[in-house]
Design a protein around this ligand. Structure first.
Ligand code: S3P
Length: 433
């Protein structure tokens, strides 16, 4: 996200009410394009998230010869099978998207051609040794052009070997990268994580016909499956829903219905923490699509109290920590977040930025090595907050502003386009001024 910037002002609102259909899940949308491209025949995706990150994934696969079109709101991917990608003539630009960069690297490692990957300033700072290490152990030829283990990356496709990889981080991007490389390996490929991360890759690849099994925090894939195009209905993104859930919880007298939100247990830590804090979020119309559970969520404003967020819960709410920190600042008592050092290497250093920016609004918050401690209940006041071009920081402070007693300015606010292009319109629609 570089170029023209826009600042936006937010202030207290009287009530949050109404209904929102939350845009499609970002993780699932990315995977639908990738797996659709590697499958034989057509994959049709409804409720696909047309955000900047997912458009980066589409653009990369188009450059490798995959036809992707949209008709009547359905994304159609003309898959060419596991061995149907063609060498890109151009560098593959993954924009701001860690998921595109890391998952595509796993696919590219086993192709019979060379490719180059790059992205924006943020992506070029994010650690890639976490994928370079396992891919290299599998026999891949992947290197960082600047020798700093970041993008730009050059990948010369090679035959890959089986592996059982013990990942030092609980990361679905690392796990998915290795499993996708496993499609092109000479034997089974397993990944064991310190705690289970989101399992959309395992679920969706299995529905396309791959042989994927999971046991605890280990996932295993067998090579060379024949993948078949599928119909995918993308649920609403719980990571996007979290901002509006927080708004309705915090603004007194609010009631909000969020339709068709994904509540996969590897992603629903936010709901579990909100419940532990005393928040009222009722699940209605629970159903299931290809192993991905969904529900309508009815949220009522609530008095919240502090909690402890740590351990195996962290990967299930990793993207929701910025908005959880806002909730904690408005709750009674102390909240501790630990085991969350991963937040330092997201689109921005989210630990550092949340601590500094919430403090600027008057919160009692201290950064720790792997998290933060928040003494809730101090009244928040408006401030000027730099989003650092991080979509989740921008959205977290647009919501914090709803409880503050003067205007909050979010700088470079356009970065919400990364995951939720209509965020400000939806917020306006449900806010009573
Ligand atoms: C994602 C995994 C998470 C998450 C990111 C999307 C995915 O990253 O933060 O927004 O789609 O696999 P890590 O797996 O690296 O924690």
């Amino acid at each position: 996200m570089e170029g023209n910037h826009c600042d936006m002002n937010f202030k207290k609102c009287r009530r949050i009410c109404g209904e929102i259909s939350i845009p499609g899940d970002k993780s699932i949308s990315h995977r639908s394009v990738m797996f659709g491209a590697l499958a034989e025949g057509m994959t049709e995706v409804s409720h696909f998230l047309k955000s900047a990150d997912c458009l980066s994934t589409i653009s990369c696969f188009r450059k490798m010869g995959i036809e992707i079109e949209e008709t009547d709101g359905i994304l159609k991917i003309h898959g060419k099978g596991l061995h149907g990608l063609t060498a890109p003539k151009d560098i593959l630009d993954t924009g701001n998207s860690g998921t595109t960069t890391r998952l595509i690297a796993g696919i590219l490692a086993g192709q019979p051609f060379t490719s180059h990957l790059t992205g924006d300033a943020s992506i070029c700072r994010r650690p890639m040794e976490r994928i370079i290490t396992p891919l290299t152990k599998m026999g891949a030829d992947i290197s960082s052009d600047r020798g700093n283990s970041c993008t730009p990356l050059t990948i010369h496709g090679r035959p890959l070997k089986e592996i059982h990889y013990l990942s030092p981080v609980a990361s679905a991007q690392v796990k998915s990268c290795v499993l996708l490389a496993g499609l092109y390996a000479d034997g089974p490929v397993s990944v064991t994580e310190p705690a289970l991360s989101r399992n959309h890759t395992e679920l969706m690849l299995a529905s396309f016909g791959a042989s994927v099994t999971s046991e605890g925090s280990t996932a295993t894939i067998l090579p060379n499956p024949s993948l078949t195009g599928q119909r995918v209905e993308v649920p609403g993104d719980i990571s996007s829903a979290a901002f509006f859930i927080a708004a309705a919880l915090l603004v007194p007298g609010s009631e909000l219905l969020l339709r068709h939100v994904g509540i996969n247990p590897t992603r629903d830590g936010f709901l579990r923490v909100v419940e532990a804090m005393g928040g009222s979020v009722e699940k209605l119309n629970v159903s299931d699509q290809a192993g991905e559970p969904t529900a309508d969520l009815l949220v009522r404003s609530s008095t919240l109290h502090g909690t402890v967020i740590k351990g195996a819960l962290i990967p299930t709410l990793i993207d929701e920590i910025p908005i959880l920190a806002v909730l904690a600042a408005c709750a009674e008592g102390k909240t501790i977040i630990r085991d969350a050092a991963e937040l330092k290497v997201k689109e921005s250093n989210r630990l550092d930025i949340m601590v500094r920016s919430l403090a600027a609004m008057g919160a009692d918050i201290t950064g720790t090595e792997d998290g933060m401690a928040i003494q809730g209940g101090k009244p928040l006041h408006g401030a000027v907050i730099d989003s650092h071009l991080d979509h989740r920081i921008a959205m977290a402070f647009a919501i914090a502003a709803l409880t503050a007693d003067s205007v909050t300015t979010v700088e470079r606010a356009e970065c919400v386009d990364i995951s939720y292009p209509g965020f400000y319109d939806d917020l306006r629609r449900i806010s009573e001024p």
